[in-house]
Design a protein. Structure first.
Lengths: 502, 501
């Protein structure tokens, strides 16, 4: 006799709405005429996300460990992370809506006549919207998943669309497809690692739920725990791009269509760190002696490696990729902190960093020459003279990444390092500030290129962005500025919501 | 609203005013900027008249919650030391604007941006001296780098962008080390008395000596980079050479004082024990700075480089006075900060005029200016004499106090420091002889003397240098009580002169 599982629909409504929106998107793609498809898809995406946000707002004070049997835990931190993902997705979807970044027909072989004709006919396919919504739904499920199987399912739900999206760039398609393949293969490996680890954890505790694993602490075979923990961590650290599991990051960031890179860099970090935080804070908190040294070491090498290698980059997207690796290291400090401050700081950091990242990639989509986007930094020389506003905004974003006071990045760094210090990890703080100093070097070099160097005779220019991109970039930048000046607006919320339940 | 906050906010409000003026009317922008800063200087002097000298605590105190989650407050207040430094800043800014009227014309960006940057910088300078919340101080301390960076990189000469970057990276590195210390002390406070950044409360912490030493070093290195102490000084000559004379005045005259100010306000006040531990090392570094700066200055061929290295020597004196931990040394160091501000301003401004007229900053290109441009020559002479601490000019009083204050505790250091005075005579008199005296060399025959505007700009500086040389009492009255308090709070008493030994 099989009983139907009891689902508390009101609590998982946000996820279900986004999944529903994605399914409608698929139908629209199949049945609606080409003329109105893009507009309808965009409306559906925005509508779905707004509705999901409204539902998250409705459940903001509720919590339950049994939202979907024992597989989904809706709690304060989970709600905050879901809201973050949806807000970032809302900003990102406006960038994605500028379709000239995407291949018109993904199935057309690069360089073929078919490709040319699809471009000429302007028969732009719009499958990116449902794919994007599926990814968002997975990202919303990931940080609230309370058992290993749901975690795995959520991981795949958001990863698979991303693999596809990464290959959809209109220009330099081979590079884009190569990056998608790399991402997919390495992602598949990491999923396998995760699953392998999950099996060991089941063997260790006899359960797949995080709270069950936590309850088994001290009573079972620690070797199994260690193996399981290490492999599960590998799977997750791959997703956040921590060293030594980072090697896909620069290639994928560079190859993927820039709006997707922005979305991936911002929202995947939120989802993956959300899950990491939950797993370590809820599942493994009792066994901290086992994993904290490991994660500390990884955080340290991630920060240093990301900052050092970024110096050598000459491509804006690759530079931001390495910078995102360094930021993953900073965020891992919040995981290692393992206290309420660390959680609150991570929540704030993820939100602030996500918005800044989206703004950064949004601006990169604007810098172009006749053949498309130019991410080669050497050709950004003198941009400050051609379009001071865009260069100024980009400089502000870089300063925020560097963590200069009066930016949101600084507050995030301060919050996360003070939490790490509080937990006794002074080495993390010292390495953190040192790598910040190293990182400052390459951020500032870009500012010099844009402002202090005279433009050479080059055809690079900043295009006039569409209304959608403009809204997206302005919103992201303005919120970043506000968060730098009045961080309390978000910090207080993050502190209130810094709570996992078992 | 608190008058102090108003003084700090005024420059920022003035930027809005200037932003409204169309970029093309440069003359109007310059006048507006000058007018605004003059008003601010006036208000700050009014602020000083309301300052009660008999109170050693903070005055004009204001505190508002800024970031509640970390208990960070917008807390400001001034005591004698910060008041004189705020006055130094607010008085120097209009002088700089008037004296370097055409400085912004040849920049990479418009004059409008130049004056907006200057005004933003003024707000940050006032803020950094007024902050009584450690976090707020840190924010001002770091944020100050950005306008200066753009001022050097956008309006400077020569290898400006490299110099701007070097300056920024050095400062950022120091600032980030300090951030680690700020986080450290915040967490320690959280464990002992509850999370706070309030300076008076932080001073009551009991920190074990190992932690205290580390946290102290984070602060000290940041400040030693700022007020460049050997071996952290290498950015300064580059920055001073690349920056315009006006920017250099603000950089060396005011911004670098944040370093020495920080040593007093944070290193000594918060970590008295660690200060004691490191004093021998710091005194040694100071002495090296004094001598090294002086020797390097003697060897300089470039006027701006010369002034930069004399400043390194002078910062050595200031640091030595601070860490001598005597009331005389402390007062002397504080007074030195003010005097050095004005004498560097005089030197840089006059040197700037000379370079503008001659089109060169190499000392050997000048010669016999005394005949051609007597007024400019005399002002340069007086500024130079103040730089070598001639009795009767302001620097003498402070240098004397520093040496006397140091001698009572570290006689050897004081004696070696005195050697710096002798070297000062060399590094000032040789260039003065080359530049001002002797026959007028080719290229200098047709130089114009100072215009009325330039005379008006430099007059108050020269006046202050002379008056403070004879009658430093008003400033000392402001400084002394606070200086004494710092020394006493750090647990020191003045050593009694060892008679008969």
């Amino acid at each position: 006799m099989l009983n139907a599982p009891i689902l508390i629909y009101s609590l998982i409504a946000p996820i279900l709405i986004v999944l529903g929106g994605a399914l409608i998107g698929v139908l629209v793609e199949a049945f609606l005429g080409r003329a109105h498809r893009a507009a309808v898809q965009l409306t559906i995406s925005i509508g779905t996300l707004l509705l999901a946000l409204q539902q998250i707002w409705r459940i903001r004070n509720l919590s339950s460990t049994t939202a979907a049997v024992n597989s989904v835990t809706i709690d304060k931190a989970g709600i905050f992370l879901q809201a973050t993902v949806v807000v970032l997705a809302l900003v990102a979807v406006l960038l994605i809506a500028d379709q000239d970044n995407f291949v018109a027909q993904a199935s057309a072989v690069p360089g073929s006549n078919e490709e040319k004709s699809s471009l000429q006919e302007k028969s732009q396919q719009t499958e990116i919207f449902p794919l994007f919504l599926f990814a968002v739904a997975g990202m919303m499920l990931f940080p609230v998943a309370a058992d290993l199987i749901t975690l795995f399912v959520a991981l795949e739900v958001f990863s698979l669309p991303l693999y596809l999206l990464a290959g959809l760039s209109r220009r330099r398609r081979l590079l884009s497809q190569e990056s998608a393949l790399k991402y997919f293969l390495l992602g598949a490996y990491s999923s396998a690692f995760f699953l392998f680890g999950a099996a060991f954890l089941y063997g260790y505790s006899g359960t797949i739920s995080l709270s069950g694993i936590s309850a088994a602490a001290g009573s079972a075979n620690n070797v199994f725990l260690l193996i399981g923990l290490v492999f599960v961590s590998v799977g997750l650290l791959f997703k956040v791009g921590a060293v030594p599991f980072h090697s896909w990051t620069p290639d994928v960031y560079q190859g993927a269509p820039t709006p997707i890179t922005g979305f991936m860099a911002a929202a995947t970090k939120v989802a993956a760190f959300g899950a990491l935080l939950r797993i370590f804070y809820v599942g493994f908190a009792e066994e901290q002696a086992l994993w904290r040294p490991l994660i500390t070491v990884i955080a340290i090498i991630t920060m240093l490696f990301g900052s050092l290698v970024a110096i050598a980059q000459r491509d804006a997207k690759r530079m931001l990729a390495y910078s995102s690796i360094a930021h993953a290291g900073f965020l891992l400090s919040g995981v290692v902190a393992l206290n309420k401050d660390g959680l609150a700081a991570s929540l704030f950091y993820l939100f602030a960093y996500g918005l800044t990242t989206l703004a950064a990639f949004g601006i990169i989509t604007l810098v172009r020459d006749s053949s498309g986007e130019v991410s080669d930094l050497n050709r950004w020389i003198g941009l400050g003279k051609k379009s001071p506003l865009v260069a100024g905004a980009f400089s502000f974003i870089l300063l925020s990444f560097a963590g200069i006071p009066l930016t949101s990045g600084f507050i995030g760094k301060f919050a996360i390092f003070s939490a790490a210090y509080k937990s006794g990890n002074i080495s993390l703080v010292v390495v953190g500030v040192l790598s910040s100093a190293i990182a400052a070097f390459f951020y500032i070099r870009v500012i010099i290129m844009m402002f202090f160097t005279d433009p050479v005779n080059d055809s690079v220019s900043v295009i006039i962005p569409s209304v959608k991109s403009r809204i997206s970039i302005i919103v992201a930048t303005v919120i970043s500025i506000i968060l730098g000046l009045m961080p309390s607006l978000l910090l207080n919320t993050a502190t209130t919501y810094a709570n996992f339940i078992k | 609203m608190n008058l102090l906050t108003i003084v700090g906010a005024l420059p920022l409000i003035s930027t809005l005013l200037i932003a409204l003026i169309p970029s093309k009317s440069t003359e109007l922008i310059k006048r507006a900027a000058f007018g605004a800063t003059l008003v601010i200087a006036g208000v700050s002097i009014f602020l000083a008249t309301g300052f009660d000298k008999s109170v050693t605590g903070m005055q004009y105190v204001q505190s508002n919650t800024w970031i509640a989650a970390f208990n960070i407050n917008f807390a400001v207040g001034i005591d004698g030391i910060s008041l004189v430094l705020i006055l130094l800043s607010t008085i120097l800014v209009p002088i700089v604007i008037l004296a370097t009227w055409h400085e912004s014309d040849l920049g990479r960006w418009s004059s409008k941006s130049f004056y907006i940057l200057i005004l933003v910088l003024e707000t940050l300078m006032i803020g950094v001296f007024a902050a009584t919340d450690l976090f707020l101080f840190y924010v001002f301390f770091e944020a100050m780098l950005i306008p200066i960076y753009f001022l050097i990189g956008g309006y400077g000469t020569g290898n400006k962008s490299a110099a701007a970057v070097k300056f920024l990276l050095y400062s950022l590195f120091g600032g980030l080390l300090m951030l680690a210390s700020v986080i450290g002390i915040y967490v320690i406070a959280g464990n002992q008395i509850g999370a706070t950044f309030d300076l008076t409360q932080l001073a009551t912490l009991q920190i074990d000596s190992k932690t205290q030493n580390l946290v102290f070093l984070g602060f000290f290195v940041a400040f030693a980079i700022k007020a460049p102490l050997w071996p952290f000084h290498t950015w300064l000559p580059d920055a001073a050479k690349a920056a315009t004379p006006g920017t250099s005045v603000l950089l060396l005259g005011v911004l670098d004082k944040v370093g020495t100010y920080g040593m007093i306000r944070f290193c000594i006040a918060l970590f008295p024990d660690a200060s004691k531990t490191f004093t021998p090392l710091i005194i040694t570094l100071s002495v090296i700075s004094i001598i090294y700066g002086a020797f390097m200055a003697i060897g300089q061929k470039d006027v701006k480089g010369l002034i930069a290295f004399t400043s390194i020597s002078h910062f050595g004196f200031i640091t030595m006075g601070i860490f001598a931990m005597t009331t005389q040394g402390m007062s002397g160091a504080n007074l030195y900060m003010v005097n050095h501000g004005f004498s560097t301003a005089a030197l840089f401004l006059v040197a700037g005029w000379m370079m503008m007229r001659r089109g060169s900053s190499t000392i050997s290109d000048f010669g016999g200016l005394q005949r051609v441009t007597p007024v400019m020559a005399w002002t340069f002479f007086i500024a130079g004499m103040s730089g070598l601490a001639l009795p009767g000019l302001s620097s003498f009083v402070s240098e004397f106090l520093v040496l006397v204050g140091t001698y009572t505790r570290y006689p050897v250091a004081a004696v070696i420091g005195t050697l710096g005075i002798v070297l000062a005579a060399l590094y000032i008199l040789i260039p003065i002889q080359k530049v001002l005296h002797g026959p007028t060399t080719t290229g200098n025959e047709n130089l114009k003397d100072l215009s009325l505007q330039e005379k008006i700009a430099i007059a108050p500086v020269i006046l202050i240098i002379v008056v403070m040389g004879f009658y430093p009492k008003p400033v000392l009255d402001l400084i002394n009580p606070t200086a004494e308090k710092v020394v006493v709070n750090a647990g020191f008493t003045d050593p009694i002169a060892k008679m008969g030994k």
